[in-house]
Design a binder for this molecule. Structure first.
Ligand code: PLP
Length: 470
């Protein structure tokens, strides 16, 4: 068959990949386990549109409203909206629903690209907070509370503050202090909780953003709960936000033909969350504890999962191989797919869809790999650039300026005209309007040589880069 996408996906289905990556349903395993297979198998028959009885996502009054109301109750918000264009559209509608053109928003510099894109679309000025970075692992560790409070004090004219919580790597921090401080200064707190929709399932996990006082919270249910890719939720709590404004932005940026498959999968994920979520999360945390105990016997593997236990970073440093190598070995030799690799290791996303056998397979694979690489030397250290590039132009101004291509090393000192985003995690090292430095170019080229994917940049060979003319 000439159906290239289907053929490749079928191959992945046939090899029965062990999934430590998103989506959270883990190739449907959780639906099978919970007896929802009949629904999911026939879900294509539910691929419908706005006909009699199916309601309308953009002005819900029937089944969609009821399902969203239930989600609001389950996730403890005042209002919950289903999203079919991922958290991307939720983040954009939250930012543009709170900030008008020329308004200022404080954001963590390691924010998802959708935040900068919202600033381009809405002509909003971002002010950045530097993230903390673990030098041992290159893991982005979230923000420093003192620095956030200082940034708020220096930017009292900002309308809102948006923070990523937890980080892609599951790191959390004291959001409550930040919410109180921002609220007392009249700012709205928006939280990109794309990686944290499961946090409410156990008191052993960090507290949710809503529990800590956030006004708008956006969650990628598809990443850590059993719903389909692209299905997300936007929650609102309190009275600081104009829900109608957010809905009107959603109507602009979200599809006018929202997928009922995605909405149905959210309906199902909410049901699983409410009826079986805590029990399944408890089982998962037991399996993770067991994994932690067993991996202690392997002296070449260090793991990091201090905050959100379900995100496990496995360092490959002592094996003498990069995370990119470990990612490839796990996939090619052991049929295990991890979520992402950086230079120092790989990240596992574990969800209620993972079972005991997944962890056993992972332990066996890591022990086997350790035996084979035990004579390797530790890999060389490379450091993540700890700087925020100087912002010369606002993202929107830079986006609409004329651009030209120059050789990558000739771009130093110029204003960047495009994104440079290591993918995953999809966080830009350079965004349109920022000054290009040698430190960042060196880092990008080095990581690319070691196996990192770079997206955003038009010349995928990284020979040329787009800069703003003049
Ligand atoms: C921190 C963060 N925020 C937002 C998003 C966007 O989420 P979605 O894929 O649901 O659009 C991502 C995606 O990876 C992310 O990592």
């Amino acid at each position: 068959m000439k159906t290239k996408i289907i053929n490749q996906l079928k191959e992945i289905v046939d090899i029965d990949l062990i999934s430590f990556h998103v989506p959270g349903h883990k190739l449907g395993k959780v639906y099978e386990k919970l007896g929802y297979l009949d629904i999911v198998k026939n879900i294509y028959k539910m691929d419908t549109t706005e006909i009699s009885g199916t309601d309308n996502l953009h002005s819900p009054e029937g089944i969609i409203k009821e399902s969203q109301d239930r989600a609001a109750q389950v996730f403890k918000s005042d209002k919950t909206y289903y999203l079919v264009n991922g958290s991307t559209c939720g983040i954009q509608s939250a930012i543009m629903g709170v900030c008008s053109p020329n308004d200022k928003i404080i954001v963590n510099r390691d924010c998802h690209q959708s935040v900068i894109n919202a600033c381009i679309l809405g002509d909003i000025e971002p002010t950045y907070i530097l993230p903390k970075i673990n030098k041992e692992t290159n893991i982005l560790e979230g923000v420093d509370i003192k620095e956030v409070l200082e940034t708020i004090d220096k930017n009292l004219d900002a309308k809102a503050i948006l923070l990523t919580y937890p980080t892609y790597y599951g790191i959390t921090y004291d959001l409550e202090t930040i919410c109180d401080y921002a609220h007392n200064r009249g700012m709205v707190v928006i939280v990109d909780e794309a990686h944290g929709s499961h946090l409410g399932l156990s008191t052993k996990l960090p507290r949710t953003a809503l529990q800590q006082g956030a006004d708008i919270v956006i969650q990628s249910a598809h990443k850590t709960l059993p719903s389909f890719t692209q299905s997300s939720m936007l929650h609102i709590k309190g009275d600081k936000v104009d829900c109608n404004k957010i809905c009107s932005i959603l109507r602009i940026i979200e599809s006018s033909s929202p997928s009922y498959l995605l909405m149905a999968s959210l309906d199902l994920a909410v049901d699983i969350y409410e009826t079986k979520g805590e029990e399944l999360m408890n089982d998962l945390l037991i399996n993770i504890k067991d994994f932690e105990e067993k991996i202690k016997d392997n002296k070449l593997i260090d793991i990091y999962n201090e905050y959100d236990k379900t995100k496990i970073f496995i360092s490959s440093k002592k094996l003498g191989i990069t995370g990119y190598n470990l990612d490839t070995i796990l996939r090619d030799k052991y049929n295990i797919q991890v979520e992402l690799a950086n230079y120092y290791g790989v990240l596992l996303i574990c969800t209620i869809g993972n079972d005991r056998s997944d962890f056993k397979n992972m332990i066996d694979a890591l022990n086997d790999i350790s035996e084979r690489y035990s004579l390797n030397k530790m890999i060389n250290h490379i450091e993540y650039p700890m700087i925020i590039p100087e912002k010369v132009l606002n993202p929107r101004e830079a986006f609409y300026k004329d651009k030209k291509n120059v050789k990558i090393y000739d771009s130093i000192g110029e204003v960047c005209g495009e994104y440079i985003i290591p993918y995953p995690p999809g966080i830009s090292l350079l965004s349109p309007g920022e000054k290009i430095s040698k430190e960042i170019i060196d880092y990008i080229l080095l990581c690319n040589k070691k196996g990192m994917n770079i997206s955003g940049i038009k010349d995928s060979n990284l020979e040329f880069i787009q800069i703003v003319k003049d």
